[in-house]
Ligand binder design. Structure first.
Ligand code: DMJ
Length: 584
């Protein structure tokens, strides 16, 4: 879809409903063709007002910009460990892991209430939970647990499974987990051997006309597998969130094919020319073009943006194409997706939905003020991007000084700061846990007069107090907010982030912990007596508890200047590529 289209369907009325969007309204008005000069001047006036509001309102009054120069210009401050809180996180990990080990060792999934494990496939498991969790054990120094997990991998893990496995999930959790564990183990060859075997089995997914990988792969037959109802449809984020893993594998094995397959995807995405840097969530693996579909930063969109920055960082900022793509995308987000809440003025991200005409043709975009918990990675990511891609010098201060950042760096830092505050606000519920999805009010008419009078957001589908909670109301042990808190703390040294993380952890302990061991999904975050869903997601072990542990640890533990985290929180070391890279 053309950029002009992307701008045009943001109608004045809809924008006006998004209180605080003066700046964007003005921009849209000024851009719109055929408008009178008067309208353009009004637009310009609003734009100036909007900018003044932006800088005084967000950066000045709310303290988003903390321009304190640090003596040592290093990306990681040397803040002290908070031993008590850090050790509480280790206890929680042990509590979760030992229950899994007791009830379900070797199974892909764990169900703590029933005390049982299940596999992803009838053909057998692929070590999902063990491999996802193993580097957390290494980082936490849990030697006994690590040894048992490592031995299980050496003796039992096989990918000779005759079934389809999700290409993206298998890559980020299993391949990413093996690679990170390999590095942290000091190069245990068994772990690299398994990683290489898995990588080779994943590669056939890329055998499509465009080079975009199919969403599933049969690990035994080594064939890519498409969606049943539309064989060539792929998720953009899934296709573009395999690169850190495959490129590091290429670096370790010297097998360039891993690299080129992963890199080709980015080339195809770039050539498909995402307008304003914002990608529709689906693409066609035959044509390499976008399929008209939502633009969003939540599911199926999130890690595309995350990996633009991280690919730039992985190879020590040598591949400028990723910085360019990242900067364009962040500007697209800033221009088209950011809004301010109606009451408390929290900054949030919206989604763009495809509006179609009577013939089903895409003609316009509708703004949907919906924000997934998944989007909460973005606050930390923007702050990290600001001090790297948006920095004017190599090593900025902690926290960064305004003179060290470019204009876009300053913008992204401030937006990142604000988005973290918004994500924290979504934890302001009866349980202290955040819903999976929130919707923001866009007009006074929508406001429920009895509840949430002062809030910016609500959980959709909860109108019937006696009915079951809507899907949106759940907290499934997700990591994105604590991930951002960890990054923000490392980049600022501001203890507010540790306090936020501690609060979230306490809520998890109170409401998601199972008496007999393990943690599960809370189905209604606004009900302290909420029913539970009997699943402990493996990302609780690999991400949520790891990021919390790192939040309370010294900054020398997995320092951000040496490591890049894959989207499943597996730290991979940065490196100088020994393979010829590049596309433009
Ligand atoms: C994780 O598997 C990864 O972080 C992924 O990128 C998004 N979803 C989950 C955690 O919420």
């Amino acid at each position: 879809m053309a950029d002009a289209e992307l701008r045009k369907r943001t109608t004045g009325q809809r924008e006006a409903q998004h209180n605080g969007a003066e700046k964007k309204l003005a921009k849209t008005m000024a851009r719109r063709k055929g408008r009178s000069k008067t309208v353009q001047w009004v637009g310009l006036g609003a734009l100036v007002l909007g900018i003044v509001y932006w800088y005084t309102g967000i950066a000045g009054i709310r303290g988003g910009w903390k321009a304190v120069p640090a003596k040592n210009a290093r990306i990681d401050p040397d803040y002290d460990v908070d031993i008590e809180r850090r050790d509480a996180i280790v206890d929680a990990f042990r509590y979760a892991w030992s229950a899994y080990e007791r009830d379900a060792m070797g199974y892909d999934n764990y169900h703590p209430i029933e005390k049982k494990g299940t596999e992803l496939s009838k053909a057998g498991g692929i070590g999902y939970t063990i491999v996802d969790a193993i580097d957390t054990m290494q980082i936490m120094g849990l030697a006994d647990e690590y040894k048992r997990a490592r031995d299980w991998i050496a003796e039992n893990l096989t990918f000779e499974r005759d079934d389809s496995f999700n290409t993206f999930e298998t890559t980020i959790r299993v391949l990413g987990g093996l690679l990170s564990a390999y590095h942290l183990s000091g190069n245990d060859p068994v772990l690299l051997e398994k990683a290489k075997d898995l990588g080779e089995r994943i590669l056939p997914a890329f055998q499509t006309r465009s080079g975009l990988p199919l969403p599933m792969v049969n690990l035994k037959r080594r064939t890519g597998v498409g969606e049943e109802w539309l064989k060539s449809m792929v998720s953009t984020a899934e296709a573009a969130t395999l690169q850190l893993e495959l490129k590091y594998l290429a670096h370790l094995t010297d097998e360039a094919e891993f690299w080129y397959k992963a890199e080709r995807v980015m080339d195809v995405i770039k050539k498909a020319d995402p307008e304003g840097g914002l990608v529709p969530i689906h693409m066609d693996a035959d044509t390499g073009q976008y399929i008209p579909s939502e633009i969003r930063l939540g599911s199926r969109g999130d890690s595309y943006y995350e990996y633009l920055l991280k690919q730039y960082l992985q190879t020590n900022r040598t591949e400028d194409v990723y910085r360019e793509m990242y900067e364009i995308a962040m500007t697209g987000i800033y221009d088209h997706l950011l809004h301010k809440g109606l009451h408390e003025k929290h900054l949030y991200t919206s989604e763009l939905l495809v509006a179609r005409d009577m013939y089903g043709q895409p003609v316009d975009w509708d703004i949907s003020p919906k924000q997934d918990h998944l989007v909460c990675f973005l606050g930390g990511s923007l702050m990290l991007g600001a001090v790297t891609a948006g920095a004017l010098i190599d090593n900025v201060s902690v926290p960064p000084h305004s003179s060290e950042l470019s204009e876009t760096g300053k913008r992204d830092w401030t937006v990142g700061y604000e988005l973290i505050e918004t994500c924290m606000d979504t934890y302001d519920t009866a349980t202290g846990l955040s819903p999976e999805i929130v919707h923001f009010y866009v007009s006074d008419d929508e406001r429920d007069p009895s509840e949430n009078r002062h809030k910016d957001w609500y959980v959709k589908g909860m109108e019937d107090p006696l009915g079951p909670p809507s899907y949106d109301a759940r907290y499934m042990l997700r990591p994105e907010t604590v991930e951002s808190l960890f990054i923000a703390f490392r980049l600022t040294g501001d203890h507010r982030y540790r306090d936020y993380g501690w609060k979230i952890f306490q809520a998890i302990e109170k409401h998601a912990k199972v008496e007999t061991g393990g943690y599960v999904t809370v189905l209604d975050v606004n009900n302290v007596e909420s029913a539970k869903e009997d699943k402990m997601e493996s990302f609780f072990l690999s991400e949520t508890l790891k990021y919390l542990y790192l939040l309370f640890s010294e900054s020398s533990v997995i320092p951000l200047d040496r490591y890049v985290f894959n989207t499943e929180a597996h730290p991979l070391p940065k490196f100088a590529p020994n393979i010829r890279t590049g596309f433009s």
